[in-house]
Design a protein around this ligand. Structure first.
Ligand code: NAD
Ligand code: IPM
Ligand code: MN
Length: 348
């Protein structure tokens, strides 16, 4: 048996509800694949902030560095000013642990209802490689004369040659490993000319090393349209932090809903633990009612298993989810009922 140190950050709102189901499935699959998860739960989020004013203290960050991998639910709460937890906890973890790849598959499972007419699972099967440590997310910028009629708010997009190259390289590797071998850069190089030009030049230069991968470019506004009208044009996508955030919510919608969308904040160089989490947030509108779909978290657990070198366990979880989705239909089940059903399939 191999022991893996797992940090668990349930967080806010539906975070603890969906994480409980993710762990249920992890427990159901681990033993049979020779894995034991040594779990440490971290009390971070709105309650901690109200109690102590802390979001992600240095001491906790250092403890997280000593773990092998992290599972996160969601953060953010209406009782906390917007951005305090999102920036102070989630983005701080992504930046400090160098999660430069935010990996977000967009995959329509058989039997899942999509709002798109006439679309089959073959048409919606892409992987979004979202840059995770740069772009407009760095917090560079500021405000002058706040609250006056002459207020000035700036929010810079930071893009480095180093950061752009490493995420594009990762995306080429992903594309080269897939049957269609197509990589689309999504940006807005007609307006964001400095950053767009950097992405374009690096795509071209690194692309020379991957002649088997076809490259393509799409402006982000047009991409949002094509996600809805022609999703099969996309295979692997590489994009900036903010564009990636936006298009993956559209991706979630076309692939059956935000309750199914998984993600990994990946540090491919393994200099720090990677962090897996559903794409969705803390959903305060349904928190505490056992209405949240835990499937996104369970599929994030499958990505976590792949990351820790347990691909058979990962496939087992994915197959259990796929079977559950195929049989789900319009049945309304509670959060634990969905987790139970998937855990049972995994074990059985
Ligand atoms: P959200 O994803 O929390 O919710 C959007 C809508 O989707 C809501 O109607 C919600 O009920 C629904 N939804 C989300 N997850 C669901 C699930 N598993 N099952 C069924 N329905 C689900 O996004 P929001 O409302 O824009 O943000 C709410 C809070 O979450 C904010 O504080 C925001 O900053 C935060 N947030 C955090 C993360 C994260 O931790 N990674 C991601 C997104 C938003
Ligand atoms: C996500 C979320 C986060 C993001 C927020 C909460 C900081 O929307 O994980 O998609 O923008 O990355
Ligand atoms: Mn988002």
């Amino acid at each position: 048996t191999r022991t893996i140190r797992l940090a668990v950050i349930p967080g806010d709102g539906i975070g603890p509800e969906v994480v409980a189901e993710g762990l249920k499935v992890l427990d159901a699959v681990a033993g049979a694949h020779g894995l034991a998860f040594d779990r440490t739960e971290y009390d971070l989020g709105a309650a901690r902030w109200h109690r102590t004013g802390e979001t992600l203290p240095d001491s906790v960050l250092e403890e997280l560095r000593g773990q092998d991998v992290i599972l996160l639910g969601a953060v953010g709460d209406p009782s906390v000013p917007s951005g305090v937890l999102e920036r102070g906890l989630l983005l701080r973890a992504r930046f400090e642990l160098d999660h430069y790849v935010n990996l977000r598959p967009v995959k329509l499972f058989p039997g899942v209802r999509t709002p798109l007419a006439g679309v089959t699972p073959d048409d919606v099967d892409m992987v979004v490689v979202r840059e995770g440590t740069e772009g407009p997310y760095t917090g560079v910028g500021g405000v002058l004369r706040r609250g006056t009629p002459h207020e000035v708010a700036t929010q810079e997009s930071v893009n480095t040659a180093f950061g752009v190259e490493r995420v594009i390289r990762y995306a080429f590797e992903q594309a080269a490993a897939r049957p269609r071998k197509k990589l689309t850069l999504i940006h807005k190089d007609n307006v964001l000319t400095y950053a767009g030009d950097l992405y374009q030049r690096v795509l071209k230069r690194v692309g020379a090393e991957y002649p088997q991968v076809a490259t393509d470019y799409c402006h982000v506004d047009a991409a949002t349209m094509f996600f809805v009208t022609d999703p099969k044009r996309f295979d692997v996508i590489v994009t900036d932090n903010l564009f990636g955030d936006i298009i993956t919510d559209i991706g979630a919608a076309i692939a059956g809903g935000i309750g199914l969308a998984a993600s990994g904040n990946v540090n491919p160089d393994r200099t720090a633990p990677s962090m897996f989490e559903p794409v969705h947030g803390s959903a305060p509108d349904i928190a505490g009612q056992a209405k949240a779909d835990p499937t996104a978290t369970i599929l994030s657990v499958a990505m976590l298993l792949d990351h820790v070198g347990a691909p058979e366990a990962a496939r087992r979880v994915e197959q259990a989810v796929s079977a559950d989705l195929a049989e789900r239909g319009a049945a309304v089940r509670s959060t634990p009922e969905i987790g139970d059903a998937i855990a049972k399939r995994v074990a059985g």
